[in-house]
Design a protein around this ligand. Structure first.
Ligand code: ADP
Ligand code: ZN
Length: 532
């Protein structure tokens, strides 16, 4: 059977786990019963879908929300997974498809509405159910306002299925509800074992409860826009000489180049990427795990199997793939709970390259759109005007009332300025030039710098030509990047051309103001990517 990691990519198209997912999936894989408390939108479904696909038999999912079940079944079927939902809203055809899949032994996930629990008992007893997943598990709690009497039957069902391994999920974390869920779902002492079809008798393992928030308060978070990227990276890594760290880079070649550069500075650095033979890789990984003070310059290929508690820093020489990848990669630092530093470089070229990769991939349109959105979320984090940890956790659905005090933006709050006029100029320049030119051309127009193509197209005669002389080239790049991050502009993956989004209109018309970061304007030097 394929591993959850490979399924994450091959079936769902995700590059990385979200916070909590990996731990929960591992516990389920290890055979534990699980109660996981995750915020809404945190990515609960994947926690039982992955184990479902990674094992034999059928995973039964009890969920009270019919619309949600239907969405999930449709999504799974689209991804090539046989799934079905038994609900009161089913048509005979719906049911037929499910029974047919059962007969073929192809059904992987069966969603069940709680009101069908009692009537489905016979059918369920015939199925090779290997995992029971319970969504919205707080519905068993009589104290909660979401109480569903049908949920009380889950304990019985579980007993009838031979205390099959069970994973329960809820977003409600209060202690009383939690205790009640544990008692009702996992303590089967007073639940009648009516028709025990399983091995029977033995006590199920005590459930593993996942309640931790996703915050990793010991990690310092920092981003910098690329100005002179090599120097910026060295300024972060060299003072940390003698400590264990990972430098993630976007290409194999760059891993090699960076490792060589760090060795030249006297650091114990080695490259790690899929282009190296297996022996070299495992030797490198071994040394890194056992020894102190090594730096690995790696592609994302590095990290899955690394369980070193005292990694003191993680740097990204290039923008990670998504917020999920970012979180997972920085999360390798400071597992021991001691302070660790993270540092991420990002540039316009990174973003363009990523857009191109997404557009040129074989993925279906819908997934590409989702990938673009995920990239936008990462940019918004990179260019966040306030506390980075708050922005990061909010993305995963976890509210954090106070700024963290342990990120670059908390330590040095960015100066904001009224960016409405600058935004209007930049957006107008994109619009007037026909919404198909790249960032450099748009900046040429703003600065009033003639270029050959522009002259041919008459861009030097447009009213926007030269309206942005108050800022320099780097400042305009940074402004455009923030507009991209704010979702006011979008880049065509094929042509690299910038266009406006719907959200740009109120800003252009002066109906909506916006605050931009001032510090981004001060970035000096060639804002070029050093990718080779
Ligand atoms: P909930 O916890 O509310 O049930 P879902 O399981 O519906 O949340 O997931 C919320 C969203 O997050 C979905 O759009 C899902 O596709 C997305 N998602 C879940 N896991 C990941 C991941 N590892 N990487 C990227 N997106 C993810
Ligand atoms: Zn902060």
């Amino acid at each position: 059977m394929p591993t959850p990691e490979t399924l994450l990519k091959s079936v769902f198209g995700f590059d990385a786990f979200r916070p909590g997912q990996e731990e929960i999936v591992s516990a389920i894989e290890a055979g534990r019963n699980v109660l996981a408390i995750m915020p809404t939108g945190g990515g609960k479904s994947l926690c039982y879908q992955l184990p479902a696909l990674a094992r034999e038999g059928v995973t039964l999912v009890v969920s009270p929300l019919i619309a949600l079940m239907r969405d999930q079944v449709a999504g799974l079927r689209e991804a090539g997974v046989e799934a079905g939902a038994l609900t009161s809203a089913n048509t005979p055809q719906d049911n037929e498809r499910i029974f047919e899949a059962i007969d073929r032994g192809a059904l992987k996930l069966l969603y069940l509405a709680p009101e069908r629990l009692a009537s489905s008992r016979q059918l369920l007893a015939r199925l090779p159910i290997s995992l029971l997943a319970i969504d919205e598990a707080h519905c068993v709690s009589q104290w909660g306002h979401d109480f569903r009497p049908d949920y009380l039957r889950i304990g019985e069902l579980r007993a009838a299925l031979g205390n099959v391994q069970t994973a329960a999920f809820t977003a409600t974390a209060d202690e009383e509800t939690r205790a009640e869920i544990l008692r009702r779902l996992f303590d089967h002492d007073d639940a009648p074992l009516t028709d025990d079809v399983g091995g029977g008798g033995e006590d199920p393992a005590a459930p593993a409860v996942f309640l931790r928030g996703f915050d990793r308060p010991n990690l310092y978070l920092a981003f910098e826009a690329k100005a002179s990227p090599r120097k910026q990276l060295m300024d972060f890594v060299l003072p940390r000489k003698g400590r264990s760290g990972i430098v993630y880079a976007g290409s194999r070649n760059k891993c090699e180049v960076l490792a060589t550069a760090l060795r030249a500075e006297g650091l114990d650095a080695l490259p790690y990427h899929a282009g190296l033979d297996a022996e070299t890789r495992s030797h490198t990984q071994d040394r890194f795990s056992r020894e102190d003070g090594m730096v690995i310059c790696a592609t994302v290929a590095f990290g899955m199997g690394v369980d070193k508690p005292d990694i003191r820093f993680v740097a990204h020489a290039d923008l990670p793939k998504s917020v999920e990848s970012y979180y997972q990669e920085i999360g390798r630092a400071g597992r021991d709970g001691a302070p660790a530093d993270t540092f991420t470089l990002y540039g316009v070229e990174d973003i363009k390259l990523r857009r191109l990769q997404i557009d040129e991939s074989q993925a279906p349109e819908e997934r590409k759109r989702a990938d673009h959105q995920r990239l936008n979320a990462l940019l918004a984090l990179a260019e966040a005007p306030g506390c980075r940890r708050q922005t990061l956790l909010a993305y995963f659905g976890e509210a954090r009332p106070q700024p963290c005090g342990n990120c670059d933006l908390c330590r040095k709050p960015p100066e904001l300025f009224d960016g409405a006029v600058a935004a209007q100029k930049a957006l107008s320049a994109i619009y007037r030039t026909g919404e198909r030119f790249g960032v450099e051309h748009v900046v040429d127009v703003l600065l009033g710098k003639p270029n050959e193509r522009g002259e041919r197209l008459g861009h030097d005669r447009l009213s926007v030509f030269g309206i942005g002389k108050e800022f320099d080239r780097n400042a305009w790049r940074a402004i455009l990047r923030q507009l991209l991050a704010l979702g006011l502009a979008a880049v065509d993956g094929q042509t690299g051309g910038w266009r406006l989004t719907e959200d740009a209109r109120p800003v252009l018309r002066g109906e909506k103001g916006l605050q931009l970061r001032k510090d981004a304007l001060k970035a000096r030097g060639a804002a070029k990517d050093d990718r080779r």
